[in-house]
Design a protein. Structure first.
Length: 491
C-alpha cells in the first residue's frame, strides 16, 4: 500500500513540474562551431563540409591501394608453415616483418598500425594455435607495464599487479619491490596476508604478534617469508640491497593502501600520542612529515642477536615462525627439470599459501594439469614460456610469458607451462591452499581403465601403455615425439 502511495505521489509531482528531461540535451548547449581565430601559422578549417556526410558521388573511394603485404616483404618462421593445430611455438624474434599467419598460407597480413615488439613477445596471441577458441579473460600482466612508485631519495621502488591491472586475478595480487642497500619498507601492517619470495640480495625482516612475541631473521635470494594479516612488520635491505616479490590473498589489495607507522603518528592528536607513550608532546617534534614508505636507513647491525628485542613473551616459536629458508631446500629432480614445494605442511604459519618453484629445461614443460581448490597466481623469474588455459566448456587461449610477467589461471581451468626458450624457465606457482594440489592429466588417464580411455579418446594400445601411473610434474622435451623439428632454421 505504502509503495503504491509513494509511486502515485511521485507521478503527481512530476505532472505538476512538467516534463522532466531524462538526459542533458547536448544540442541545446551553446558551443561555437566556427573555426576560432588561430595562432600565427594556422590555416584551414577545424571541421569539414556538411556535404561529406553520406553518399559522396564527387569523391569515389580509392580502392587501388592494396593493403596486402607482398610476400617478398615479410618472412615466416618455419613453425608458421606447419599445421595450425600442431600449435608449435612461433619464435618471431629474428623474423623480418612478422605476420599473423599460421598454416603456411600468405594471409592474413597485417598492414598496421602495430607494435612489433609486443607481437614478437606474444606470438600465440598474434597468430594463435588452431586449437585456441572462444574468449578468455586476459591471463598475463607484465610488471614492466605497471606504474613504478619510487621511494624517498632513490632508496627503491615498488610496482604492483592487482585487479586494476589483471581483472581476472580475484584471489591474489602481487608486488615487485626493490630496496637499495640499507633502505626500509617502513614499519606497517595491512588487511591481507603477505607471502614473499626473495629474488635477489638479502634482507632483515622483523615482526611482533598479539601476545608480544617477536620475530627477526635474515633472508637471502630464494627464501620466503610470511606475515599474517594485521601483524606489524618491517623490512630492511642488508648491505647488498634486495628485490622481492609479495603475494597478497586479496585480488584488489593495493600496496599503496597499507597502514604506516609514519601516518599513524601524523593522524592522531599529539596530546593523545603523548598520553599513549607517557612522554612530553615535544617527543613528536621530529616525526616525519608525509609517508616514509620506502626510505634510506642506517645499516642494520651485522650481529642479528643485537636486534633480538624480546619481552617476557619471548620469541614466536619456530613451529609458527614467519620465515622459511627455501634457498636451502633440496629440489625434487625429475627428467626435464625440478620443483620445490613449500606449503603449510612444512611452513605452517603461511596459512593458505601453497607454492611451487619450478625449473623447466629448454623444450620441457610443466605437464598439463589443474588445481582442485585454488586459482593460481604465477610469476616468471627467468627464461620464457607459454601456457594455454582451457576453460569449460569449450574455450582455450594461449599466452606467452617472459621473466617479470605475472600469470593467472582461475580454478579449475586446465593449463601447462612450456619452456619456449633456450634457457631454463624458472617460475613460481602460488595457490590459496593448505596443501599444494594439482591433478595430472597424464596420471589421471594412466589410472583410468584402459577400455574407458580408449572408448573416449581412441588411443592405440601403445599410447595407452605410455600413460604414467605416477605424477610426472614435468615432461622432458623430446623432439622425436614431435612431427616436425620446430627448432629448424626458418627458410
Ligand atoms: C642479482 O642481481 C645482480 C645484478 O643484476 C646479478 O648480477 C645477480 O646475478 C643477481 N642474482 C640473482 C640471484 O638473481
Ligand atoms: C615539555 O618539554 C618542553 C621542552 O623541553 C618544556 O618546555 C615543557 O615544560 C615540557 N612540558 C611538560 C608538561 O613537561
Ligand atoms: C632471540 O632470543 C631467543 C631467546 O629469547 C632465542 O631463542 C633466539 O634464537 C634469538 N634469536 C636471534 C636471532 O638471536
Ligand atoms: C651478538 O650479540 C649478542 C647479543 O648482544 C652477543 O651476546 C653476542 O656475543 C654477539 N656475537 C658476536 C659474534 O659478536
Amino acid at each position: 500500500m505504502l509503495t503504491h502511495f509513494l509511486a502515485a505521489a511521485a507521478l503527481l509531482s512530476q505532472a505538476l513540474a512538467g516534463p522532466v528531461p531524462n538526459r542533458v540535451d547536448k544540442r541545446a548547449a551553446d558551443v561555437p562551431t566556427q573555426t576560432p581565430i588561430g595562432p600565427a601559422g594556422s590555416s584551414g578549417q577545424l571541421r569539414g563540409s556538411k556535404s561529406l556526410a553520406g553518399y559522396d558521388s564527387a569523391n569515389p573511394v580509392d580502392y587501388e591501394d592494396s593493403t596486402v603485404i607482398p610476400q617478398d616483404e615479410f618472412e615466416l618462421a618455419s613453425a608458421q608453415k606447419q599445421d595450425p593445430d600442431l600449435g608449435l611455438y612461433l619464435d618471431l624474434a629474428d623474423v623480418e616483418n612478422p605476420q599473423p599467419i599460421r598454416g603456411g598460407s600468405q594471409a592474413p597480413t597485417d598492414p598496421g598500425p602495430r607494435d612489433r615488439e609486443i607481437e614478437r613477445q606474444n606470438p600465440d596471441l598474434y597468430a594463435p594455435p588452431g586449437t585456441d577458441m572462444g574468449g578468455l579473460p586476459n591471463a598475463k600482466w607484465p610488471m614492466g607495464l605497471s606504474h613504478n612508485r619510487h621511494g624517498l631519495k632513490n632508496s627503491g621502488y615498488t610496482r604492483q599487479q592487482n585487479t586494476d591491472e589483471l581483472p581476472v586475478a580475484k584471489a591474489m595480487a602481487g608486488v615487485d619491490m626493490r630496496l637499495e642497500p640499507n633502505a626500509y619498507r617502513e614499519l606497517h601492517w595491512h588487511s591481507a596476508n603477505e607471502w614473499s619470495y626473495i629474488m635477489n640480495g638479502s634482507v632483515r625482516v622483523q615482526a611482533m604478534d598479539e601476545a608480544g612475541r617477536v620475530f627477526v631473521d635474515d633472508l637471502q635470494a630464494g627464501d620466503v617469508w610470511f606475515f599474517p594479516s594485521g601483524k606489524p612488520h618491517s623490512i630492511q635491505a642488508l648491505e647488498s640491497g634486495v628485490e622481492f616479490l609479495l603475494v597478497f590473498d586479496e585480488g584488489d589489495f593495493s600496496e599503496d593502501a597499507t597502514f604506516l607507522v609514519s601516518e599513524l603518528f601524523q593522524r592522531n592528536p599529539k596530546s593523545v600520542l603523548a598520553k599513549d607513550l607517557r612522554v612530553n608532546t615535544s617527543a613528536f617534534d621530529n616525526i616525519p612529515e608525509g609517508e616514509l614508505y620506502i626510505f634510506p636507513g642506517t645499516p642494520a647491525p651485522k650481529n642479528i642477536s643485537e636486534q633480538n628485542s624480546t619481552g617476557p613473551a619471548g620469541i614466536i616459536p619456530k613451529a609458527n615462525t614467519y620465515s622459511y629458508h627455501l634457498s636451502q631446500q633440496q629440489a625434487y629432480e625429475v627428467p626435464g627439470g625440478s620443483v620445490k614445494i613449500i606449503d603449510p605442511v612444512t611452513f605452517p604459519s603461511a596459512y593458505n599459501f601453497a607454492s611451487a618453484l619450478f625449473t623447466i629445461k629448454p623444450g620441457a614443460m610443466r605437464e598439463l594439469h589443474w588445481h582442485t581448490t585454488s586459482d593460481e597466481w604465477s610469476f616468471f623469474l627467468a627464461g620464457q614460456g607459454r601456457l594455454t588455459v582451457y576453460m569449460a566448456p569449450d574455450s582455450g587461449q594461449t599466452f606467452d610469458f617472459q621473466a617479470g610477467d605475472v600469470g593467472y589461471v582461475p580454478v579449475p581451468n586446465a593449463h601447462y607451462i612450456e619452456n619456449t626458450g633456450t634457457e631454463d624457465l624458472v617460475y613460481l606457482e602460488v595457490l590459496q591452499a593448505d596443501v599444494y594440489n594439482d591433478i595430472s592429466v597424464a596420471q589421471w588417464l594412466g589410472l583410468t581403465p584402459k577400455q574407458v580411455v580408449q572408448d573416449h579418446l581412441g588411443f592405440s594400445e601403445d599410447t595407452l601403455n605410455r600413460l604414467p601411473k605416477i605424477k610426472p610434474f614435468i615432461m622432458p622435451g623430446d623432439e622425436d615425439l614431435l612431427q616436425t623439428d620446430f627448432r629448424e632454421e626458418r627458410e
